[in-house]
Design a protein around this ligand. Structure first.
Ligand code: BGC
Length: 341
């Protein structure tokens, strides 16, 4: 090799080594114990978010990485302050479940400026080009499962249609999925919608008011209720119970909360959607470690966040009814037999 060729060869080799060093996580130097992950959750109000947190803490501990957790109480300003604080603590990766899908975009941009990749957890962060990954369930499918179930149970009559918090992109997707089944029956006149409302902030008290008002305005004549999650379903069932109607009006749910599982066995709630937060939490930490190490992540889909198609890892939701509840939730170790009493 001539001197000039040798020099260019050595320079190329040095460049490649530097690039790989960069990929394998400059901050961590490839040392797993040095990996620091920030986790920002929107709330602990629903049982599922408590489980998500516990699972991620457990998996992070087992993996030997540091996980710094912050919980915003369904308050975007609080979440912004918390994420900013996480970014000052030298995290390698941020797992962010936004309270407000589009307001969280600025947090992704800030993280990106600091070279911190973001995994949008369960809820999509919209309106940013800087989002690295989305990890969730197939949320349109969640809605489809709810819509299919309720229209098979009640194919005509009076419906109350509730959707989740307008700030949560998932709420939009759940409704979109459910309406694929409900809308055609509205269009052909079989279903009459007596109330159609979003539940602000996912707060059960707001769902209670919606159902109480619809019952009062319609002489208690209601045939089915689309409730977007178990928290809102519980509130709707409370409103039905006050009129002696609990158990006679089919109603959906989501999250496989213990209280919902109990209601399903008692017959006051018809179904729930099981999204195994153990798998989601597990996957989040696995992805965070991969990103910190500069490894490639295998996505199984893409979701449009209004700016880009975000590489996504989407898990499968499952319908749970009285028929399969014990098999799926109890035998699957998600809840105990005791929880049903
Ligand atoms: C989650 C649901 C949850 C709801 C309220 C949604 O983004 O996907 O599982 O019930 O938020 O916290």
């Amino acid at each position: 090799m001539k001197n000039s060729k040798l020099l260019s060869f050595l320079l190329t080799a040095a460049l490649i080594v530097t690039l790989f060093a960069g990929c394998s996580g400059e901050k961590t130097g490839g040392d797993i114990e040095k990996i620091k992950v920030g986790l920002s959750l929107p709330t602990q109000r629903e049982e599922r978010w408590v489980r998500d947190k516990e699972k991620m803490e457990e998996v992070a501990k087992e993996a030997g990485i540091e996980l710094i957790v912050k919980v915003a109480d369904a308050n975007m300003q609080e979440q912004i302050t918390q994420v900013e604080s996480l970014l000052t603590q030298g995290i390698d990766v941020l797992i962010l479940a936004p309270h407000d899908a589009s307001a969280a975009a600025t947090l992704v941009e800030k993280a990106s400026k600091e070279g911190v990749p973001v995994i949008s957890y369960d809820r999509l962060i919209t309106n940013t080009e800087k989002l690295g990954y989305y990890l969730s369930f197939d949320n349109v499918k969640v809605g489809e499962l709810q819509g299919k179930y309720i229209t098979e149970k009640v194919s005509e009559g009076k419906y109350i249609i509730m959707s989740g918090a307008p700030t949560d992109n998932n709420a939009k997707l759940f409704k979109e999925g459910a309406m694929k089944y409900i809308q055609p029956l509205i269009d052909n006149g079989k279903i009459q919608v007596i109330a159609e409302q979003a539940v602000e902030n996912w707060v059960p008290e707001n769902a209670l008011k919606i159902v109480e008002a619809a019952l009062a305005a319609n002489n208690n004549q209601v045939d089915a209720i689309l409730a977007p999650n178990d928290g809102t379903a519980g509130a709707a069932i409370q409103a039905l119970a006050a009129q002696g109607l609990a158990g006679s009006v089919p109603i959906t749910g989501q999250d496989a909360e213990k209280a919902a599982a109990k209601r399903i066995m008692e017959g006051t709630q018809s179904m729930t959607i099981f999204k195994d937060t153990r798998d989601l939490g597990d996957k989040a930490i696995e992805m965070a470690i991969q990103l910190a190490k500069g490894e490639k992540i295998e996505a199984n889909g893409e979701v449009d966040n209004g700016k880009i198609n975000v590489p996504s890892v989407l898990l499968e939701p499952k319908v749970v009814t009285k028929e399969n509840l014990k098999k799926v939730l109890v035998e699957g170790g998600y809840i105990n037999e005791e929880d049903l009493k």
